[in-house]
Design a protein around this ligand. Structure first.
Ligand code: SF4
Length: 170
């Protein structure tokens, strides 16, 4: 792709791509994981790498269709900074995906993960305090829904839970 930008941009690309291999190893296992909250990583666009793969495909289409070269002849196209678009998409390819809670991904301050880890639970369905637990509140309406799901599946190991929930996925 003929994108203006110069050395600064080239350096940014190098930094991003040098992190790809480090991230890939951790990310590949995310799809078979669930957080202690019971959310399957594979059901989330970031855990399932859908967002990152879309970014990768979009970069490819931009190059193959040579879009930056004809965009200026289409209304509004002359205002687009294609170097910035490419840099953003390259960043998304690497970082817009989550390694899963087990591999250090997920929201850094998640109260559920922090608490479950301290108590030594893989899944909050093992915790006697689940019903009255307030740590799910930051997830708003979804918080109650995933608590109910954990409650319904008490007694299952994490592996059994993941298998059961994966089978229900569309
Ligand atoms: S109190 Fe129990 S249910 Fe609540 S977040 Fe901690 S481990 Fe999970």
């Amino acid at each position: 792709m003929r994108i203006p930008g110069g050395c600064h941009q080239a350096e940014e690309y190098k930094n991003i791509s040098s992190n790809v291999h480090f991230m890939d190893e951790r990310l590949n296992s995310a799809e078979n994981q669930a957080g202690p909250c019971g959310i399957l990583c594979g059901s989330c666009p970031l855990g399932g790498s859908i967002v990152a793969e879309s970014a990768s495909r979009t970069r490819k289409h931009i190059t193959e269709c040579d879009i930056p070269n004809w965009a200026p002849f289409v209304p509004g196209g002359e205002a687009i900074d294609w170097a910035a678009v490419d840099l953003g998409l390259a960043w998304m390819e690497t970082y817009a995906r989550c390694a899963g809670c087990e591999n250090g991904g997920g929201p850094p301050d998640c109260t559920i993960r922090i608490c479950a880890r301290e108590k030594g639970y893989d899944l909050c369905s093992s915790c006697e305090e689940l019903e009255g637990c307030t740590k799910f509140e930051w997830l708003r309406d979804q918080g109650q829904m995933i608590k109910d799901r954990l409650n319904e599946n008490r007694g299952l190991s994490k592996e059994e839970y993941i298998k059961k929930m994966t089978a229900k996925m569309p």
